[in-house]
Design a protein around this ligand. Structure first.
Ligand code: UD1
Ligand code: CA
Length: 463
């Protein structure tokens, strides 16, 4: 039976990135470059998918590995042709077409790949290469055609003559090749070129010489097939993807007040009629419900926001959950494991960590709430601190329903404040408080009349 396989080339370090990190691990819209390419390919449902890795192979496999993808190791990076050879052991009993793509083309779409493979099949081609015309063909390989338009060969920019360099049609690095031809052609490669590498591109001239049906197929969207070689390329492609993502969410019914300043990662979802203000970053696995308002300058990572929530100016949310109609900020920081029940309110300069805040409960000003569980309809006064850390361990604070915590209260954990307790202002609470009680620190205010004048006189004498 006719089979369909894919090889993704991802072994290179990417010298031009000037990075200690393998190129394909660099991220675009929050995803490693290789993950993006593998996702696009998996929707083609290949019988065999092999990613060729080399530089930081273990880390690449750890970050980008997905079900159904095999990894082949290219120990030494001796060129794109050598890289495909490294995948060959996975294709010993394989008969059919193999799609070859590079791991550094992050905006590739399933649709373009599917159309390309379809055309290759219809023409019963031995080899098809996907090409594009660029105003600035830069360092890409040039596609050389005969006078009647038949593809003849691909020449790398560094090996090209001046006339060849003037050609604007370039090799995208995407090929579809009959497996039997591919693996025999790879045996013939010679590293006779400027880089001393085994160039995969040389199989095009081989197929032409053998009179096998060979096609260069033009595509039109330069972003889709653009390869990333430098930080500047990465920035340009990120910009292109951000434009697409903003358009996608606006088309889905989300208002972006100043689209150019909103940064949205790939796995984010946003509900209809939500309004997002300027300078907002939505990162990781963040989900925002319907009719929410994000005022702006927010940094939201791996968080879930219900419907009708209001995130005011300058809020940082990390691994937090906000219930429907909750209200946060301005200037609040919700850290990992924070869960706000519906209609909870967290205000100015309040930090919350790993805590559950009950329905309708408010902490509106200047507080630290860590490792706490707070019931419903409670009020946490300004300056309240949960002392959750004794220098060795973290301890829990439990606060019941309808508790009134006075301003400047310190709650020394572990501690439980039962329902309906009233804590007076400036109380340090060290022991559990039974339901319905008032708790305060017995103390007197000492007043010394005339103290200031005496102190000033004493200081003046010293001079
Ligand atoms: C390659 C093509 C060029 C094309 C361009 C499209 C060759 C010789 N040139 O050039 O015609 O226009 O892609 O983007 O093929 N890789 C390995 N092992 C290696 C070398 C490379 O796995 O030994 C991988 C890299 O990790 C990368 C991909 O192959 O993902 C392309 O390699 P790169 O060095 O970026 O090739 P280009 O110079 O861009
Ligand atoms: Ca490249």
């Amino acid at each position: 039976m006719e089979q369909f396989g894919v090889v993704v080339l991802a072994a290179g370090l990417g010298k031009r990135m000037r990075s200690a990190q393998a190129k394909v691990l660099h991220r675009l819209a929050g995803q490693p470059l290789l993950t993006r390419v593998l996702n696009a390919i998996q929707r083609l449902h290949p019988d065999m998918l092999v990613a060729v890795v080399g530089h930081q192979a273990d880390e690449v496999q750890r970050q980008c590995g997905t079900a159904g993808a095999a990894f082949a190791l290219q120990k030494e990076q001796r060129g794109t042709g050598d890289a495909v050879r490294a995948a060959q052991p996975h294709f010993t009993h394989f008969h059919g077409n193999i799609l070859i793509v590079c791991g550094d083309t992050p905006l590739l779409t399933t649709t373009t790949l599917a159309q390309f493979v379809q055309q290759h099949r219809e023409r019963q081609a031995t080899l098809s290469v996907l090409t594009i015309r660029l105003d600035d063909p830069a360092q890409y390989g040039r596609v050389i055609r005969t006078s009647d338009g038949q593809v003849r060969k691909i020449v790398e920019a560094r090996d090209a003559t001046a006339a060849e360099r003037a050609v604007q049609e370039i090799n995208t690095g995407i090929y579809c090749v009959r497996s039997d031809f591919l693996f025999s052609a790879l045996q013939q490669l010679q590293p006779q070129n400027a880089q001393g590498e085994y160039y995969l591109t040389d199989i095009v001239a081989q197929a032409v010489t053998m009179n096998l049906p060979t096609y260069a197929v033009l595509t039109h969207d330069p972003n889709e097939v653009g390869g990333i070689n430098s930080r500047e390329d990465l920035a340009m492609m990120e910009k292109a993807r951000q434009i697409q993502l903003r358009q996608q969410w606006m088309a889905a019914g989300v208002t972006l007040e100043d689209p150019d300043t909103v940064y949205i990662e790939e796995d984010v979802t946003i509900g209809q009629d939500t309004v997002i203000g300027p300078n907002t970053q939505l990162r990781g696995k963040t989900t925002i419900g319907e009719r929410c308002r994000i005022d702006g300058s927010a940094y939201i990572l791996d968080s879930t926001i219900g419907n009708d929530a209001h995130v005011r100016f300058s809020v940082v949310l990390n691994e937090s959950e906000l219930g429907d109609h909750s209200d946060v900020g301005p200037f609040a920081h919700l850290r990992g494991g924070t869960v706000l029940a519906p209609r909870a309110e967290i205000g100015n300069f309040v930090e919350v960590k790993k805590s559950r805040i009950g329905e309708h409960t408010k902490a509106k000003h200047l507080a630290y709430i860590g490792d706490a569980e707070i019931g419903r309809d409670a009020n946490i006064g300004a300056g309240t601190i949960t002392c959750n850390y004794d220098g060795f361990h973290k301890h829990k604070t439990t606060i019941g329903d309808r508790v009134q915590v006075g301003s400047d209260t310190t709650l020394v954990a572990p501690i439980t404040i039962h329902d309906d307790v009233y804590i007076a202002t400036a109380t340090t609470v060290r022991h559990d408080v039974p339901a319905g009680a008032l708790v305060f620190n017995a103390r007197q205010e000492h007043v010394r009349e005339g103290w200031t004048a005496a102190k000033r006189a004493k200081e003046a004498e010293k001079k």
